[in-house]
Design a protein around this ligand. Structure first.
Ligand SMILES: [Cu+2]
Length: 478
């Protein structure tokens, strides 16, 4: 029987199709890399997306101005991130995230946390300079149905700090479901600054988080061998596809990278410059002009952006090709806003003649990691640190830490200062007080740190899934 000559062998078809696919993918890759993204506003108001949500401001229920009392209820919630689809969430005093707490330097503060969940939690005050018992770390568990009250006197300058759970093995999941909130510390210096401070109008909290959702609307907290899978949806303050109407004026953004595992490289869609005014622990001495800002999990940055002379109606805060937040501008174009030339005085942490130097080597293999070759053990104290003595901490990321570009190193119990990055002085935006520092693979960062409060504290990678899979240690200040 004669073979049908015209038939194309299967392998030829497969080969041709896969070659074409490969060429297509390559073209897409090259095109994507060469052609810069274009960002355009919606043509009609209905197509703008969702108005940006603002966390409520929690009332201080202590009438004494020298004192403050707050109550946080940890509770289950429900959100409609997407119309008609309900997502089960966790929040403080609400369905998702938590309220903003305002405190002042010198104030005696009490925060009572009531756990209404069926699982334990803790509430850690990230960036707050408090003693170990009030830090809200893994050792201050709040069991279901129980309450815990943190007592502290605010002993640090104005800053934007935040709170989130820290119960070991539940941290990443509870944060992912919505547990995080902001604390604004003010002081006399911040009172005197001529910068925008009208909440929700020209002083805007921007809590950035990535999330994955399942088809039924539930969060997909997807742990893989390589780590937490990057979310395909970006939320700002819990809003999907958010937009904000702003006046053409000087606007202050208080940015928090509230993602568990992702870094951001923030720019404006028109490449405009902005002014970095405050890092984790408070204001810099002077604004730093920049056009791109790297933010690692846990880090905060306050920036000023001058919209007074923008003639376009639209602007976006973006991360590469992804839009973080759309801005629609209203009002008249006015004269250029004034950027203060100086902000505050930042005291330099003094270092003695022979400071104790400690080395921390961060190493990860996908989801798992170690610090100095050890996985976290709740029963092991890794370091004992004398109170009131400045130390140099040398933080290195092992070359083998793949596939992520590096790790955010976070220290509880104090705000530190960066001495050097690979032997060079830190860039100006990193010259202030910090509690979280990004250490790139193969890099060496030296910080100087002094602890004024006693107790048991943590240091860890702030990629929460690394923290929960080994990359944490604990130290006692005494
Ligand atoms: Cu890490």
């Amino acid at each position: 029987m004669a073979k049908k000559k015209s038939s194309i062998p299967v392998y030829t078809v497969v080969y041709t199709v896969s070659t074409l696919l490969l060429i297509g993918m390559l073209l897409l890759e090259v095109y994507g890399a060469v052609v810069p993204p274009r960002f355009e506003g919606a043509s009609s108001e209905e197509d703008r997306g969702n108005p940006l949500a603002f966390p409520a401001v929690l009332e201080d229920s202590d009438p004494d101005p020298e004192k403050a009392f707050f109550e946080l209820d940890v509770q289950y919630g429900e959100m409609e991130f997407f119309p008609g689809v309900v997502t089960d969430t966790l929040g403080y005093n609400g369905d998702y995230l938590g309220p903003v707490l305002h405190v002042r330097e010198g104030q005696e503060v009490q925060i009572q946390v009531n756990n209404h969940l069926t699982s334990p939690t803790t509430t850690h005050w990230h960036g707050l300079d408090v003693d170990g018992d009030n830090d809200g770390g893994p050792h201050q568990g709040i069991m279901p149905g129980e309450s815990w009250t943190a007592n502290f006197t605010v002993d640090q300058p104005a800053a934007t700090i935040w709170y989130h759970p820290h119960f070991h093995h539940l941290t990443g999941d509870q944060v992912y479901q919505g547990m995080a909130g902001l604390i604004y510390i003010e002081d006399e210096q911040s009172d005197d600054l001529n910068i925008p401070n009208t909440y929700g109008e020209n002083d805007i909290p921007v809590v950035i988080q990535d999330r994955n959702f399942r088809r039924d609307g539930s969060f997909h907290y997807n742990l893989a061998n390589i780590g937490l899978v990057t979310g395909d949806t970006l939320l700002v303050n819990g809003t999907v596809d958010p937009y904000l109407e702003v006046n053409r004026e000087l606007v202050r953004l208080r940015l928090l990278n509230g993602s568990n595992f992702e870094n951001y490289e923030l720019t404006f869609s028109d490449g405009r410059e902005f002014y970095f005014i405050a890092s984790d622990g408070g204001f810099l001495e002077a604004p730093v002009e920049m056009d791109s800002l790297f933010l690692t999990p846990g880090e905060r940055a306050e920036i000023l952006v001058d919209l007074s002379e923008v003639t376009d109606d639209y602007l976006a805060l973006v991360d590469g090709r992804d839009v973080i937040l759309d801005f629609y501008l209203t009002g008249d174009t006015t004269f250029a806003a004034e950027i203060p030339s100086t902000l505050v005085t930042v005291p330099d942490i003094p270092v003695g003649d022979n400071p104790t130097t400690r080395t921390f080597v961060l190493e990860s293999e996908g989801l798992h990691g170690t610090i100095n070759g050890k996985e976290f053990d709740m029963d092991r104290i890794d370091k004992v640190v004398p109170k009131g003595e400045t130390e140099l901490w040398v933080i290195r990321t092992a070359e083998g830490s793949r596939p992520r570009p590096g790790h955010p190193f976070h220290v509880h119990g104090a705000q530190f200062q960066i001495v050097s990055r690979d032997g060079n002085p830190p860039p100006p935006e990193e010259a202030g007080f910090k509690d979280t520092v990004f250490v790139a693979n193969g890099e060496e960062v030296i910080i100087k740190v002094v602890f004024h409060k006693e107790g048991l504290f943590m240091y860890h990678c702030h990629m929460l899934e690394h923290e929960e899979h080994g990359m944490m240690g604990q130290f006692r200040v005494e």
